[in-house]
Ligand binder design. Structure first.
Ligand code: NBP
Length: 478
């Protein structure tokens, strides 16, 4: 009888296939399976000699090929397919077997599936995996959540296949239940904000500084040698430098300006609204994609709605440096907001998230990997109970140094009619956060006027209501 496999992977599209190859290349015997059996056959033909694989045509064969207790990674399309696979697998498994959902599942679904598996004596883990196709093969960032004992049994494999930075694997147990998928969701949300900020910088460099795509590509290449050094800044330089084979124009100039999305940014924004956490950068990034998709409406509006036509009005070199600083400051705000959201979720769900560890495992393998994450890791090492990253001396100073440039960029873009929702909302958040007294007193006054919603006073405890429609006198309500 053939030797049993240490782990199984079902779902052999790009992510599952590459994760399975990554495991096998590190010496773990892997059983592979896909709903459409021709994909399993293709996988075995293309990669079967890369490592100790067992190809299985049916789920029963797949389950039988595994050592017990079994460990099965499900890497199928997020949503109903994950439930379908769990439903089919559950009757074939034994108590104590482990199902790992490594796709981009929504965290409440993960909690529900964990409960479903627990009722059947199975152990379930929701594991976030970032890094795309290449990361899955060469070393992703892995955010495992769920049963800690189950994690202890698969830790050896997950840490072996993860990216490594400074001898530290980009994988650590995140927390119970849906915590792993939650952290992956916020990671993706931050990725939305990062990408939107880059797009706004590109827009300003194109339409205000008057630079071509290859010229902007060189600027990003240079930015990647400083504070902004990151995977996304690096690949922006590469994308902008690419020439279209068909037309000879820069490729970006022939790509349709409609951004698509799969939902993780939207989930992050919705969750922030539910938690009551201000998450302006990521949320504006989601809305900017939504606005971009209204292409026909925008085309009609472009010849109807009035506004300035952007064009260079300032020294180009100064403007480029201002945009770099505005990008960095806005990025700090987006991360400060994302980490504040994870802190709030951790408190609400008793997850006990180690936010410094999240910054540590995002330093390699994933899409938002960046030098900058070392600063965030250090911030949480020094101040584990930090409310907001902006309050750490390094970030306080970084934003203080950048703020004049940031304000100039927002003012210039506004005057010249270039939409910068992420730059400007980040700056407004910063200005709102640093004010001891904002204008919400008036909001409370208005709410009390039209709905008797009451208000609190600065000079005495309790709640009050003014009899606006009667004699205008104030009454204490509690
Ligand atoms: P897809 O998200 O495109 O899913 C395709 C896989 O799902 C195929 O193996 C397909 O089997 C299987 N599947 C479907 Br669809 N419905 C099924 C069902 N009812 N029962 C069983 N299998 C079913 O694959 P992917 O792009 O490799 O992504 C996998 C997961 O990883 C997703 O959750 C994704 O969001 C996440 N993720 C993707 C990336 C990325 O860069 N692509 C990065 C990080 C995370 P078939 O061959 O029989 O149709």
């Amino acid at each position: 009888m053939a030797e049993k496999s240490r782990i199984g992977v079902t779902g052999l599209a790009v992510m599952g296939a590459n994760l399975a190859r990554n495991m096998a290349r590190r010496g773990f015997p892997v059983a592979v399976h896909n709903r459409t059996t021709s994909k399993t056959q293709e996988f075995m033909k293309d990669f079967g000699d890369e490592g100790p694989f067992t190809g299985s045509e049916s789920l029963q064969e797949f389950v039988d090929a595994l050592e017990t207790p079994r460990t099965i990674v499900v890497m199928v399309k997020a949503g109903p397919p994950v439930d379908a696979v769990i439903d089919e697998l559950a009757p074939l498994l034994d108590k104590g077997d482990i199902i790992i959902d490594a796709g981009n599942s929504h965290f409440p679904d993960t909690d529900r599936r964990a409960a479903y598996c627990q009722e059947r004596g199975l152990r379930f883990m929701g594991v976030g995996v970032s890094g795309g196709e290449e990361g899955a093969l060469l070393g992703p960032s892995i955010m495992p959540g769920g049963d800690p004992e189950a994690y202890a049994e698969v830790e050896e494999i997950l840490t072996a296949i993860a990216a490594v930075v400074d001898d530290t694997p980009c994988c650590t147990h995140v927390g119970p239940g849906g915590a792993g998928h939650y952290v992956k969701m916020v990671h993706n949300g931050i990725e939305y904000a990062d990408i939107q900020l880059i797009a706004e910088a590109y827009d300003l460099l194109t339409h205000v500084a008057g630079l071509s795509a290859p010229e902007i590509g060189k600027i990003f290449e240079q930015w990647n040698t400083g504070d902004l050094e990151s995977f996304l800044i690096e690949i922006t330089g590469k994308v902008l430098a690419k020439t279209d084979e068909k037309t000879g124009a820069p490729l970006v100039d022939v790509i349709v300006d409609q951004a698509e999305q799969k939902g993780t940014g939207r989930w992050t924004a919705i969750d922030a609204l539910d938690l009551g956490v201000p998450l302006t950068g990521i949320t504006e990034a989601v809305f900017a994609r939504t606005l971009s998709s209204l292409r026909d409406e925008r085309r009609a509006a472009s010849t109807t709605l009035a506004g300035p036509t952007p064009g260079s009005g300032s020294n180009r070199d100064d403007l480029v440096e201002d945009i770099r600083q505005a990008l960095y400051a806005s990025k700090v705000v987006a991360y400060a907001q994302g980490f504040a959201q994870m802190r709030a979720a951790s408190q609400q769900n008793d997850w006990n998230l180690d936010l410094g560890a999240m910054a540590t495992i995002w330093r390699g393998g994933c899409i938002i990997r960046a030098q900058f994450l070392n600063r965030i890791r250090d911030a949480y090492a020094e101040h584990p109970d930090l409310d907001n990253l902006l309050m750490v001396p390094y970030f306080t100073q970084a934003v203080a140094d950048a703020q004049d440039a940031w304000r100039r960029v927002v003012a210039t873009a506004t005057a010249q009619g270039v939409a910068i929702p992420a730059f400007s909302s980040s700056l407004s958040y910063y200005d709102g956060y640093r004010r001891e007294r904002g204008p919400a007193n008036l909001i409370q006054g208005l709410r009390d006027f039209f709905g008797a919603h009451t208000y609190r006073r600065t000079d005495s405890d309790g709640t009050f209501h003014t009899r606006w429609a009667q004699d205008g006198s104030e009454v204490s309500t509690g």
